[in-house]
Design a protein around this ligand. Structure first.
Ligand SMILES: O=P(O)(O)OC[C@H]1O[C@@H](O)[C@H](O)[C@@H]1O
Length: 214
């Protein structure tokens, strides 16, 4: 076993526990907001998270926590930031590696329905009083996703393809929490980044709208 010059092994020094947490974000239809998935735990509502097990990667721990606490599989959340305030968990010294994922509503809805007593979604901007420092993780995750949506058409793939410019703008508005820009400015910024596909969407009012993909 490795020992340093004073004869101590790594286990002779105080070590933090490591946890992972994930902000799973989505846009529910008609809600007009960027929502986060919350789970009911012993300390109240929280992000789905867990302690890292021996021999496990962070990505494996994230997938295990999403499967166990939300019932969500097949996702690969992205690392956001390490939360390392030594007092963040009053049970002891715990670092949390925060992750973020954006999941289309159609994929999330059946999962939420199956666990509706213990899993919920709330607008990110209205979430306060979560366990640990999870409020802060939600703020950071929302900022991260909003920054990605500022100049790119639906980078997380929330709008099913093909879509009209109006459908795209509605989702951008929900993610950003406000009207992104005038519809003309939005059109000018997004059009060069979209591929026109054959076909139009017939609406109840106005002219049929052109369809696009990312
Ligand atoms: O909920 P359990 O599994 O008890 O502990 C994991 C949580 O402990 C906290 O530091 C982390 O933020 C993570 O959410």
């Amino acid at each position: 076993m490795y020992r340093d010059s004073s004869g101590k092994a790594l286990t002779d020094y105080p070590r933090p526990s490591v946890a992972v947490d994930t902000a799973v974000l989505t846009v529910p239809p008609a809600a007009g907001s960027l929502d986060v998935v919350l789970v009911r735990g012993d300390g109240g509502w929280a992000l789905p998270g867990t302690f890292l097990h021996e021999g496990e990667t962070l990505a494996e721990a994230v997938q295990r926590s999403l499967a166990d606490k939300v019932g969500l599989g097949g996702r690969s959340p992205q690392q956001l930031q390490v939360f390392d305030d030594p007092g963040r968990d009053d049970r002891g010294w715990v670092l949390s590696v925060a992750h973020v994922d954006v999941v289309p509503w159609d994929e999330l809805a059946p999962v939420l329905e199956a666990r509706r007593d213990d899993v919920a979604h709330r607008p990110c901007d209205e979430v306060f009083g979560l366990a640990f420092d999870h409020d802060e993780i939600v703020r950071l995750a929302a900022e991260h996703v909003r920054a990605r949506y500022r100049d790119r058409p639906d980078p997380a793939g929330l709008v099913p393809e093909p879509f009209t410019l109006r459908e795209l703008r509605v989702v951008h508005q929900a993610v950003l929490g406000r009207l992104p820009r005038s519809s003309d400015t939005f059109r000018r910024a997004m059009l060069p980044l979209l591929t026109e596909v054959p076909g139009v969407r017939e609406g109840t009012v106005g002219k049929p709208a052109q369809l696009y993909r990312r």
